[in-house]
Design a protein around this ligand. Structure first.
Ligand code: MRU
Length: 361
């Protein structure tokens, strides 16, 4: 099952707020609803957010009353603004809406209905490519995970964080497909518990050996030789290789370096933002106090406790051993290797689009 998909002129998705208790499909038929699904984290994880936003642009096209190209472009620009504002850190969101916007702006199709269909086809292609990209990334990443490894993993980067398969957890699934004996230490990932609620659920369904750990246990496991490699995803990677990911990733990077453990960030090239020179420029989302004062419905802090809740942190590139992409593993100097990966991926998107154009006559 895909995490997010298009059916009956609607964007449909697994409602991740309800897992692991209930597996429910939520559906949205407006741009505003789709933006809300991202903001309120029905859907989360950088690539899954990107695919959702792409479908949101297709919805905008179908819901637009415009009868000419200029009118449609105006409605698409407004939709892009609404969708991009939903969450600030994951660059995949603005990357996906920009890809659809650019397609609409550059198409030679004269008829608005044809443009609408072309936008939906582009959103579908983006979602399909995500699955294929994740599999390629997974197999590149498996090369640096020896048989018998204990992997430390943060947040949820699996099928649920993408359209399917996953990024860092995609590497785990690739290792499993190769028959490697691996074991995953699953960080619970406070405050929203993506590790406990989502990663544990995914890995148990897939039959991958794992233990759930409190976030605070990670340092102890690394110091006592129980971790061979740290794998996490990213919401945005700056041109110098600084990685913004779920809050707590930075601490893992520092402790791993102290203990000589390699750290890999696993990202599709759509997560790489060459416009930002360093991680200092990446916007860090702050979320509501209730994520910290409550666990589920249970209040765990005094009424009115002041809270600061940054949802992401930046791991400086000196703590990152390599960045695993669908185009291969990038090593320092990251300025060069990330640029090459990004260029290779963009060429591939152009080729795929040209092939689709040829196949569709
Ligand atoms: O706040 P979330 O759950 O959207 O954060 C997700 C993460 O931090 C993931 O590690 C990241 O998106 C990469 S997963 C493919």
């Amino acid at each position: 099952m895909r995490t997010v998909y298009w059916e009956d002129q609607k964007v449909k998705m697994i409602d991740q707020r309800l897992l692991p208790g209930e597996l429910v499909i939520a559906e949205f038929d407006t741009v505003e609803g789709t933006a809300r699904s991202i903001r309120e984290m029905y859907v989360r994880g950088a690539p899954a957010i990107g695919a959702t936003a792409a479908y949101g642009m297709a919805l905008a096209a179908y819901n637009s009353p415009a009868w000419d190209r200029d009118g449609l472009l105006n409605d698409l620009r407004a939709a892009k603004k609404t969708l991009d504002a939903a969450r600030p850190t994951a660059v995949n969101l603005a990357w996906a809406t920009a890809r659809l916007m650019s397609m609409a702006e550059h198409t030679v199709l004269p008829n608005v209905d044809d443009i609408r269909s072309a936008l939906l086809a582009e959103a579908q292609a983006l979602a399909d490519e995500d699955v294929e990209i994740n599999r390629r990334m997974g197999y590149h990443g498996a090369e640096v995970v020896p048989d018998g490894s204990n992997i430390l993993h943060h947040c949820n980067t699996g099928a649920l964080a993408t359209v399917d398969f996953g990024t860092a957890l995609g590497v785990v699934y690739a290792c499993q497909e190769q028959g490697k004996r691996i074991h995953v230490w699953v960080d619970e990932t406070r405050p929203r518990l993506q590790g406990a609620r989502l990663t544990a659920w995914e890995l148990m369904r897939a039959g991958v050996p794992m233990h759930l750990i409190a976030d605070n246990a990670a340092g102890h496991l690394m110091r006592t030789g129980q971790v061979d490699v740290v794998l996490f995803g990213a919401d945005r990677v700056a041109a110098n290789g600084d990685v913004a990911n779920k809050i707590g990733s930075y601490k893992l990077g520092v402790v791993a370096r102290e203990n000589g453990i390699p750290v890999y960030s696993v990202v599709p090239t759509s997560t790489i933002d060459l416009d930002l020179a360093s991680g200092d420029e990446i916007p860090i989302e702050e979320r509501g106090a209730e994520e910290v004062t409550h666990v589920g419905e249970t209040q765990i802090a005094p009424d009115g406790a002041p809270v600061y809740n940054p949802a992401f942190d930046v791991t400086p590139h000196r703590y990152i051993t390599g960045i695993i992409t669908e185009e291969g593993i990038c090593y320092p100097p990251f300025e060069l290797s990330l640029r090459r990966a990004k260029e290779a991926a963009e060429a591939r998107i152009r080729e795929n689009r040209a092939r689709r154009g040829t196949e569709n006559g």
